[in-house]
Design a protein around this ligand. Structure first.
Ligand code: 13P
Length: 352
């Protein structure tokens, strides 16, 4: 294992106020999002959407790394250029989702365990050969009556740690994603309590499995009230609760924390990240960045709707969200960015 190389890559992933673009939806998830907008759920439609994303002019100015899916890492532009070359040429580090999804956890109704460890060593070696330099594994933790259980938290934390160790052996930076879900009526305080327990357990397991934290990126949820909780705290309250929780549970050796968006509205995700950086950036041991899928892609997908004539406008929307989130890393995002037309770059190059 080349520890120095891992550390360099991890640092690059959160350098220059940039963040990660998650475009690693599995085929069923991507199809579900397409179906809602009446877009055909075909290999070619998914390829076309991903080509739109990777050819967005200037994407590398805000995005440091892109997380791909097994289907996507093997795909090419219409002109035959592999996506992985397009991404690398744009100065973006290619990454790959390597878990095989969350399945019911035996004996634990309502809880999931993420699978994908079998054969992982060989798959990682292949992805490294293809040009990937980091990987992602997502564990999901539901909050509800009597859950999460210790059994669920420990099983998922151990799987994350075994995945992370295998990644580092293969010279890929592990993005460790334990997601406490937003679904439910639970309070912000309950989310904070669960998130802290999950993170503490994950870092204990990472230590046990001898994972080098300096070559690891954490991808957690923000600390939020459940979607149907009657009390919805302000942006600043969410920022405070999230940073306090992370300070208690995330070792200073971790170079960066890149949040998932988890279904938050795009603008709110930017505002919350911005508030964290305004209020705490100068006092934190790690960078606070983003690794959003929906909060970057969704507005663009709604504009695109599968139509060639909408490609340019969709790319403008994608580029805009990426820029807003880069501004949020600096604590320079504000509502005006969403309303002034000058804030949206006018892309002139066609999506070749
Ligand atoms: P969202 O930002 O849409 O939550 O997706 C992030 C992700 O990569 C989920 O695994």
């Amino acid at each position: 294992m080349n520890t120095q190389e891992l550390m360099n890559t991890a640092r690059k992933m959160v350098a220059d106020d940039k963040g990660l673009l998650a475009m690693d939806e599995s085929n069923p998830t991507c199809n579900k999002r397409f179906a809602r907008l009446g877009i055909p759920q075909t290999v070619e439609a998914r390829r076309t959407w991903r080509e739109l994303i990777v050819t967005t002019p200037g994407l590398g100015e805000s995005i440091s790394g892109a997380i791909l899916y097994d289907e996507t890492i093997r795909q090419k532009k219409k002109d035959g250029t592999p996506f992985i070359k397009v991404i690398t040429d744009a100065g973006i580090i290619p990454g790959i989702k390597v878990d095989t999804g969350a399945k019911d956890l035996a004996g634990h109704p309502g809880e999931k365990i993420t699978e994908g460890l079998d054969g992982l060593r060989d798959r990682l070696a292949e992805y490294f050969q293809m040009g990937a330099r980091f990987a992602k594994w997502r564990a999901v933790i539901a909050v509800g009556d009597g859950i999460p259980s210790r059994g669920c938290i420990e099983a998922n934390a151990q799987a994350l740690a075994r995945y992370a160790a295998l990644c580092q052996e293969a010279e890929l930076v592990p993005v460790v994603e334990p997601e406490v879900l937003m679904d439910g009526e639970h309070s912000l305080d309950r989310c904070r309590e669960v998130t802290e327990e999950v993170l503490r357990t994950v870092f204990t397991q990472l230590y046990t499995q001898r994972v080098t934290l300096e070559g690891t990126i954490l991808k957690p949820n923000m600390v939020l009230p459940g979607l149907t909780c009657p009390e919805q705290e302000s942006v600043d309250e969410v920022a405070d609760a999230t940073v306090r929780c992370l300070l208690r549970a995330v070792p200073a050796a971790v170079p960066g924390i890149a949040f998932l968006s988890g279904g938050q509205p795009s603008e709110l995700a930017s505002a919350r990240l911005n508030a964290m950086n305004i209020r705490f950036k100068s006092r934190l041991p790690w960078a606070l960045a983003f690794s959003f899928a929906r909060a970057i892609q969704q507005p663009a997908l709604e504009i695109w709707q599968g139509k060639e004539s909408n490609v340019l406008a969709a790319q403008q929307a994608l580029s805009h969200r990426a820029r807003c989130n880069r501004a949020a890393r600096r604590g320079e995002y504000d509502d005006a960015m969403e309303t002034t037309s000058t804030s949206i770059p006018q892309l002139t190059k066609p999506a070749a």
